[in-house]
Design a binder for this molecule. Structure first.
Ligand code: FAD
Length: 295
């Protein structure tokens, strides 16, 4: 199913993001995680691609595994290091595998890797996919605190409008920890005439490595509540995990209370964390979406 239909049918869409195993690892290394995540019945699961020349190569197979588990996949596709021929190959593969939804991304610039001769921005990729007659639903990325390459949020939103006008049907946000940033962003998108659904990205901060690496890479602002949590529990993994799950649940419920159109969890292939959060959030999602209780 196309994800745009899910947004038409539901008040709030709920999804997970996973990443493929390293190129040297067996693809089956993620099968167990995909099965466990699928059993939680998210509306869809998105599959990242690593940046770089061959970065898109394992995403289609993982997306196919997700589909085989009965959940709609959203395949990420970056263009910054690819030419038109490589993108056409990737699109053909996705089409052959029956993938209906693609997250069209520029990707981060990798030092030393040659830039694409054909694509400078994600909007170029969106125009290219539409121009070649592919019938994918196309999602795009957005940044509630602004994209780091852009001097200010207003300019970033102007660029985002160009991407949406090129044919994006929904937006997935970068992770953030202060919901007020997302609410202000949502208001600015409405003023800019961006009216496609926007899903809020939440990353449960449950491991030291998340604190050290991923948060740094995303550039997300760290509220005092998170700083206290990390300072207190940095060397006690179980406590950090519990605190991180509680923070993510609180964030998701506040977002749903404020009427967001969807929550996208960066679950880092961790079914335990996904399950704990889903157990708290799904009764609310069921009420919002008018799904009767199982009992
Ligand atoms: P764009 O939309 O092209 O924007 C990039 C920058 O260019 C912005 O600063 C924008 O303001 C600017 N810009 C856009 N158009 C113009 C223009 N016409 N003139 C001047 N400036 C312009 N990375 C991966 O490698 N693999 C993944 O799987 C992946 N998944 C992601 C999923 C989500 C939900 C998000 C939020 C990010 C993801 N990323 C991923 C990271 C992403 O690739 C980087 O943030 C990248 O730097 C920007 O990609 P984009 O598609 O948002 O780019």
């Amino acid at each position: 199913m196309k994800i745009s239909r899910l947004f038409q049918q539901k008040k709030a869409v709920y999804s997970f993001e996973i990443f493929p195993p390293k190129p040297t690892a067996d693809l089956n290394a993620v099968r167990g995680a995909i099965e466990a995540l699928s059993a939680l019945a998210p509306d869809y699961i998105s599959v990242t691609c690593s940046a770089g020349g061959s970065g898109n190569s394992r995403t289609p197979e993982i997306a196919q595994m997700v589909k085989a588990c009965g959940v709609e996949p959203l395949a990420h596709l970056t263009c910054i290091n690819s030419d038109r021929a490589a993108i056409l190959d990737a699109l053909e593969k996705l089409r052959r595998l029956g993938i209906r939804n693609v997250l069209a991304l520029r990707g981060d610039r990798i030092p030393g890797a040659p830039d694409s001769p054909d694509f400078s921005y994600a909007a170029d990729l969106v125009r290219f996919i539409r121009g070649n007659g592919y019938d994918f639903d196309l999602a795009g990325a957005c940044y509630p605190e602004g994209h780091p390459d852009c001097p200010d949020l207003d300019t970033d939103i102007e660029h985002l409008k160009q991407k949406v006008d090129a044919g994006v049907t929904h937006l997935n946000s970068q992770l953030f920890f202060d919901n007020e940033d997302f609410f202000r962003f949502r208001d600015r998108l409405a003023k800019a005439g961006i009216d496609v659904p926007v899903q809020a990205g939440i990353m449960p901060l449950v491991k030291k490595s998340h604190v050290d690496r991923i948060v740094g890479l995303s550039g997300a602002k760290i509220p005092a509540k998170i700083s206290r949590m990390v300072a207190r529990f940095y060397d006690t993994p179980d406590a950090l995990q519990e605190a991180g799950i509680a923070y993510a649940v609180d964030q998701a419920i506040d977002l749903l209370s404020a009427g967001v159109q969807g929550v996208h969890l960066y679950v880092m292939n961790n079914p335990y964390v996904a399950r704990r959060i889903t157990e708290s959030v799904s009764p609310i999602l069921r009420e919002l979406n008018g799904v009767p209780h199982a009992d």
